[in-house]
Structures are given as C-alpha cells and as structure tokens.
Ligand binder design. Structure first.
Ligand SMILES: Cc1cc2nc3c(=O)[nH]c(=O)nc-3n(C[C@H](O)[C@H](O)[C@H](O)COP(=O)(O)OP(=O)(O)OC[C@H]3O[C@@H](n4cnc5c(N)ncnc54)[C@H](O)[C@@H]3O)c2cc1C
Ligand SMILES: Cc1cc2nc3c(=O)[nH]c(=O)nc-3n(C[C@H](O)[C@H](O)[C@H](O)COP(=O)(O)O)c2cc1C
Length: 783
C-alpha cells in the first residue's frame, strides 16, 4: 500500500506514525515544503484528556512529548489590577518545534520517509497512491483546488491577533485584559518549557487602528505590545517568529473526503486559539483516520467512516471555540463589570465550566462571585446578607414596584386547553402548582386579545367577562397560596392563527372551523397555510384597541406584570421581521418603520397599565434565517422598547419563518440575552434549553441575564425552584403551610445529598498531570 501525506505539521506527522504502525509494509511518505526544524509558532497546548489519547495510540511519542512538557493547573485572569485564579484545569504545554521534531524522529524510526523542502503542486503526482492525506494546513491549496467538492465555508473573524513568545515564566494559563488609551488588548499566555512562554495578543479592529499597529513590522509591533504589557513582563523580552497580525479564519468544510483523498487538521476545520485546540484537533483527526483504517474493509469505506465518525466531535469543539471567540470579540460589553463577575464570565464563556463545577474547584472564588452579586442586589435597596450570600438564583429583584423573591421564572406556555378562550380547572391546577413550586415569577401562556387573535381553538383569551372571571380566580389562587408574582402575556397570532392544537399538528392550518387571519404582509406560513390579509390602518387600530381592552381586564384580574408578545412569528413579530414584512408604507422597510406598529401597541398598553406595574416584551432576537433579524437588530429593538418604558426584554429566538436554521444546544439563546443586556443596557430574561439550577446560576453570575425562564423543565417538575432552593440552602423560600413537612424533609436530605455528591465528584476526579508531577517532586515528609 502507498500512502502520500502532504504536509508535515502535527496532523500529517501523527497520521504517518499511526498508519505506518498499523501497516508496517506500507510505503508512507510525508512531503513538507519547509525544512525539518523550520517551524513557526511557539508553544502548543494539550489538555490531560488529549494526552491520555496520545498515550493510548502511541506510547513512545507520548513519553517523549510529556518529558518535554510544562504542566499547570490554574487559569489566572488579570483585569483592572485584580487577579483571580482557578485550579483543577489540567493542561500542559510544549514547544511546537520540539513536538514536530519528536514526531519526525518517531516517524523515521517506524520507517516513514520524510521529504523536506518539497512543495507539492498537484496531487496527480500521486496517481499510484492508495491514500492521499491532505494535511497542508489552514491555507490548504488542495482544499481550495477542489473547492466545489469540499465546499469550505471560511468565516474571517473581525479581531486581529499575533502570535509571539517570551522568556517570562508563567505558572498558570494567563489571560490579561488590558485597558489602553486606544482600547482593550487581551493577552492569552502560557509557559511551554523552562524559560519560554507563548503569547497571543488580540484586539478589535478599531483599537488595532488607533494603536497604530496597521503596517508596523514584526519588531515594532512586538515593542508596542511590550510597552502595553511591560508591567507584567517584568523586563522579559517578547520574541517574534513570523508574528504578523492577522484575522482568524473559522473554517468548516462540507466534505472532508474526495475519492482517495482526505482532509486532516487545519485544512479541514479550524478552532479559535482561545480554547487551545488547533494542534489537539489535528492530532486527534489522525487518530480517527487510523482507527477508521483499522476497522473498515476498504479505503473508501474507511474514509467515509472517518468523516462520519469524527464530524460531530470536531463540530462540538468548533462550536465551543466559536462561543469563546465571540466572547473575546465582544469583551467591551463586560469592560465595566466588577472584576470578579468579569473573571467568572471568562471562566464560563464556553459553557464547559459552570457555577457548580467552579464551586468544587475554587470555592473561595465562587464565594466571592456570590458576594459580588449580593452586593449589587443590596445596592438596589434589598436587605440581603452579603457576608453569607445566597446563590444568585435566590437573590431578589425589583421591576418598578414589583418585587420577585428569586430569579427563576416559569416561561409562558400555551396549554391549548381553554374552552372558547376561557381558562379551565386544568389552568388553575397548572398555574397553581407551578406557583407553589417556588418560581419567583410565572407567566401565563400567550393569552389572546380577541377570538380571531387565537393561535388554535384551545388558546386562552381575555376579551370577555367570562374569561376575565376565570383568570381572576387563578390569579387569586396564586397570590393566596404562593409568593410568586404573576405576569400576563398578551398576544395576537397573526398569520399563525387558525391552526391545530400542538398535539394535532403544530402550526398546521385547521381542516375546518378556522377564521380569517391577518398579518403585516400577505405571506402564508406554510405554502398551504391560509394567506393572511395585509392589515390596513383600521385593522391596526382595531387590534390596538383589543390589546388595550385586554390590559384593562388584566389589571382587574390582579396580574402583577404584563408582557407583550412580539416574538415567534405571531402578529407583531411579523411586522418586525423583514422576512415577513414586505410593506411599502411607513410600517415596512427600515427597522424603525417595521417597529412602528408594535411600538404603537406597546405605548397604548403602557398608558393603560398602572405605572407602578412593570411591562416586558418578548422578542425573537434572531430569525435564524438569511436576511432576517440578527442579534444586532435585537439590540436596536430592545433600545426602541426601552425608550418607550419597557422594564425587561424577554429574549427568545426564531419560529418566525419555516426555513429557519436554528443552532440548538444547551442555553442556546443565552448569547442573545447577553448581547441585548450588555449592549442595550436593559434588563433581560433568557430562555431556551436551560435545564438545571447550575445553569441558571452560571448565567446570572456571569451577567448574561437578570432573570432565567424555563419552560419544558417546569412541565414535568413544578417544584424545580423548591428543589434548587434545598440544594443551595435557600431556606427562606416560601412554602404554603400544608406542604411544610415536605419542605423540611427535602432541605434536610439535600444537605446530606449535596455533601455526598461533592465527595463522590472529588473522589472520582483523577489527579491532573500537574498534581501528579507536584506530588512526585515533593520532598518526603520528615517523619
Ligand atoms: C502563525 C501561526 C502560528 C501558530 N502558532 C501556534 C502555536 O504557537 N501553538 C499552537 O498550538 N498552535 C499554533 N498555531 C495553530 C496550529 O499551527 C494549528 O492549529 C495546527 O498546527 C494544525 O496542524 P496541521 O498539521 O493541520 O497544520 P500545520 O501545522 O499548519 O501543518 C501544515 C504543514 O503543511 C505544509 N504544507 C502546506 N502546503 C504544502 C504543500 N503544498 N506542499 C508541502 N507542504 C505543504 C506546511 O508547511 C505545514 O508545515 C499557529 C498557527 C499560525 C497560522
Ligand atoms: C408547550 C409549550 C407551549 C409554549 N407556548 C408559548 C407561549 O404561549 N408563549 C410564548 O412566548 N412561548 C411559548 N413557548 C415557548 C417557551 O416559553 C420557551 O421559550 C421555549 O419552550 C424554550 O424554553 P425551554 O427550552 O425551557 O422549553 C411554549 C413552549 C412549549 C414547550
């Protein structure tokens, strides 16, 4: 068998080693354009888990690599004169040059031919090869040559970065966030061998320009960085080696395989340096390829297996890298944060590390995070304990004169169980039990302002006396038996109206008994949905009057808060999104025009709603579709409602058009809440695949939202908040007297359960290599 490998970086060399081990008789040749010891870059970083992998697949190279390593456990965040350290991370660094020399040496031992200073221009030269590995790096000539087949998507990011080195020793993965007269600079730095550390400097385009870095040569830009970070470098030099400023290209390829050619490493996909995974991904690709070659009957089948088996893992890492890079691109959002909250945000930016996880690893740091949060609450006039603070989820909040006991919210959820819009006993039990379950605030389902404003025949409404009386009964029950505040969500279905109950066909048009529907423009939701009538001003006035009438009824019912539903493709959302609003009058066109009618409705509702009671607006912060609403638009939308006196933006996404492509995942909508809150400077509630109290605390402590709503988790667990209160020891959570023995029991048991859980977690956690190394080199005790 003949295997040709183009590129002698980590991916190509490691693939050569593993394939040659597997097939000693095969002719494996690596072609590299550079000289053997001619390598750019400084250190590379691996996690303990990656090293475990290397140990399994090639112990000799693993041993040599790890002899050369610098280990560390801590991440240190320097910001505005403070430093916060978090341990237990288990990382190691080594020099990229040494890594490549070790891999070259090992490859030679196994009989791989390494040909240096050979530039491959055309793969046809390998016509007789059984397998061609394209490991030619980020600017892959071969990926570009077959661009129509591999279909790479290259997203060049806005921030500038430059890779440098230093002699400054470091005992932690170090992030330094530095304010300068030009704007913020960030250093990502770690030691990779004695007396050598990697330094990646990063800044946004405007700061880059203002700092005069454009056009500066390597030496002078290193001098500029040394001036900025001189206080930390302490006289140590910055070293350069092709350390040019560039923009990071996020690359994803639709296909990784063409005939007998396969893309590996950076050629196939990149991951932003802030999660330190470029070299790891490259070498793990080689492992996946070797595994596939071991198990598949033919090369064709092996390449298919490699692509199918590896894609999910690569995409997961890329997603984490994406989230992380976006955080760094928008660091100015958090620049005014308290340093403790800022450091917590850095640590938790890519979702892998959470509040609970940090509590185990760095309890003192989390205690400080809790204190900082509690101090902010105290500054708002609440008499909360700052010395022994409760977790953020159990800190109170005020919106106008409404006080909420904790930050967990039951998200609005249609129950499709009303009779002619009248809520039934099902609703009484549903809302009643969730209120008793401990959430600080509960929302009604979308309550429709008119009969033909309903989504389905089962939707609840508030347009007549019977409905008003039924809601009043539910509100009174909630107030009498719980500490929850109750918000009424009002909406109009628009073009998604006259559709079936959720369990009979979500958003599908009714077979019979439907009614005429209206929208911003006459565009049906599904091709076979009813074509809505485009609203004229008279129709708008009628809808506005219906909203105002429902507000007045809501006040008579005794609701504490009001929400206007401007999300999910319903009537008001259909005005906001350019995908559903094609009007040419003053209600269409620019965002300002598209917001005109929703703002008009909001203003009229605000005027009818008592001024001491708060109002929120639910928005779809992105349409997840080409040409639709984006996060930046959401900031503008939030600002526009804030000017009209909104107290909270309830940040949801999507459901506006059928061909949307949402990117789901844990807490997947939270970045939009983060953006709206910290750019428009308005209080937000986030929602969407948030399932644990740990996530709630992580979001709140990092300042990504002020309230956290959970929908589906509350369907199966009305007592979600009560259970979380027991776990975090929030003893003063309200419980009706009938249920007190249950509360006492769960609080007693939770204390023990939590202790057991933490002991187990700590016991089950293997020692990091840094800890093992420290233990091995510790002098023996003198007993
Ligand atoms: C300037 C820079 C500095 C970096 N520094 C670091 C660092 O310090 N630490 C770190 O962890 N990561 C660093 N990275 C990222 C890291 O290099 C990659 O994520 C990782 O090396 C990917 O491995 P790879 O084998 O896929 O690609 P590469 O390491 O890029 O290897 C590809 C190889 O293919 C060769 N090649 C390309 N085309 C041809 C051809 N036509 N014929 C023959 N040979 C060819 C190239 O010379 C190169 O040696 C750096 C990246 C850049 C751009
Ligand atoms: C059964 C059900 C009904 C829903 N009805 C509404 C609604 O009436 N109004 C609304 O704004 N969102 C509604 N939603 C969306 C939720 O409020 C929430 O935004 C979404 O489910 C994501 O949160 P989750 O991941 O916690 O479920 C509904 C969701 C579900 C599951």
């Amino acid at each position: 068998m003949k295997i040709a490998i183009i590129g002698g970086g980590p991916a190509g060399l490691y693939a050569a080693i593993l394939l040659k081990k597997q097939r000693p008789e095969a002719e494996v040749v690596v072609y590299e354009r550079n000289r053997a010891d001619d390598t750019f870059g400084f250190g590379v970083v691996f996690s303990d888990a990656t090293l475990d992998n290397f140990e399994k697949y090639d112990p000799p190279s693993y041993r040599r690599i790890t002899q050369e390593f610098a280990y560390w456990d801590d991440i240190a965040v320097h910001f505005r004169g403070t430093v916060h350290r978090v341990g237990g991370n288990g990382f190691c660094g080594c020099s990229r040059r040494k890594l490549l020399l070790i891999l070259q040496e090992r490859a030679r031992e196994l009989g791989v031919s390494l040909l240096f200073q050979v530039e491959i221009e055309d793969e046809k030269r390998f016509a007789d090869a059984d397998l061609i590995v394209l490991a030619d790096g980020i600017n892959s000539r071969f990926r570009d040559k077959h661009v129509a087949h591999f279909q790479p998507e290259v997203d060049v990011r806005s921030n500038y970065f430059a890779w440098m080195g230093s002699t400054r020793p470091l005992d932690a993965f170090t992030f330094i966030f530095q304010e300068t007269e030009w704007g913020p600079f960030i250093a990502h730095a770690y030691q990779y061998e004695a007396g050598r550390s990697t330094w990646i400097f990063e800044t946004d385009p405007a700061t880059f320009e203002r700092a005069g870095l454009k056009g500066l040569d390597e030496k002078r830009s290193a001098e500029r960085m040394a001036e900025i970070f001189g206080w930390f470098l302490g006289g140590h030099q910055l070293l350069t080696n092709r350390s040019m400023w560039r923009n990071f290209p996020m690359i994803r390829s639709q296909r990784w395989v063409k005939d007998n050619m396969v893309l590996l490493g950076d050629a196939k996909a990149t991951a932003h340096f802030s999660i330190g995974s470029g070299t790891k991904l490259a070498m793990e690709d080689a492992i996946a390829l070797a595994e596939a070659m071991e198990h598949a009957p033919t090369i064709g089948a092996a390449l298919q297996l490699y692509e199918e088996g590896r894609r999910e893992e690569v995409e997961k890492t890329q997603h984490a890298a994406d989230v992380s890079l976006v955080w760094f691109e928008h660091v100015d959002r958090f620049w005014k944060f308290d340093p403790v909250q800022f450091a917590f945000g850095v640590m938790t930016r890519s979702k892998a590390i959470t509040y609970d996880n940090l509590t185990l690893r760095a309890p003192d740091f989390v205690a400080e995070v809790d204190k900082t949060f509690a101090k902010q609450v105290r500054a708002k006039g609440f008499d909360v304990n700052v010395e022994r603070p409760l977790a953020p989820m159990f800190q109170p909040m005020r919106l106008r004169e409404m006080e909420i006991k904790n930050r967990a919210v039951v998200s609005p959820m249609c129950m499709y169980s009303a009779k002619e819009g009248v809520p039934t006993d099902f609703h009484l039990v549903h809302y009643g039990s969730r209120a008793i379950g401990g959430a600080g605030l509960i929302f009604t389902e979308m309550t429709c302002v008119a009969r033909d404003a309903r989504i389905t025949p089962g939707c609840a409404g508030l347009w007549n006396d019977e409905q008003e009386a039924a809601w009043k009964r539910i509100v009174e029950f909630v107030h009498a038996n719980s500490a929850a505040k109750f918000a009424l969500q009002l909406g109009h279905a628009g073009r998604k109206g006259a559709t079936k109950l959720m369990w009979e066909g979500m958003d599908r048009p009714l077979d019979e008994g439907g009614w005429d529907v209206i929208s911003a423009s006459p565009i049906p939701y599904f091709p076979d949905s009813q074509v809505p009538r485009e609203m004229d001003r008279a129709a708008m006035d009628a809808v506005k009057a219906a909203f105002v009438a429902a507000v007045e009824r809501g006040e008579r019912c005794g609701f504490d808060m009001l929400e206007l539903h401007c999300a999910h493709g319903y009537l008001l959302a259909s005005f906001i999104s350019p995908l559903t609003n094609k009007r040419t009058d003053e209600y269409g066109g620019s965002l300002q025009n598209r917001l005109r009618f929703p703002l008009d409705v909001f203003e009229a509702m605000r005027a009818a709603w008592p001024s001491h009671k708060p109002m929120s607006v639910r928005i779809s912060a992105t349409d997840w579709a080409e040409g639709g609403i984006t996060g930046d638009d959401a900031v503008e939308i939030a600002r526009a409602f804030a000017e009209q006196g909104v107290d909270l933006i309830d940040v949801s996404t999507g459901q506006t058009v059928r061909d949307a492509q949402p990117v789901y995942g844990r807490m997947f909508q939270t970045p939009f809440s983060d953006q709206v809150r910290n750019e428009a400077r308005v209080a937000t509630m986030c929602v969407g695949n948030i399932t644990t109290a740990d996530q709630v605390n992580t979001i709140l402590a990092a300042g990504r939202a002020d309230l956290v709503a959970l929908a589906r988790p509350h369907l199966v667990d009305p007592a979600f908040t009560m259970k979380a209160a027991a776990w975090y020891g929030a003893t003063d959570i309200f419980c009706p007297p009938q249920y007190l023995p249950g509360k006492e029991q769960i609080f007693r048991n939770s204390l023990r359960d939590r202790q057991d859980f933490e002991d187990l977690k700590i016991k089950a956690k293997p020692k990091t290599r840094a800890e093992l190394k420290a233990a091995a080199t510790k002098p023996l005790a003198a007993e």
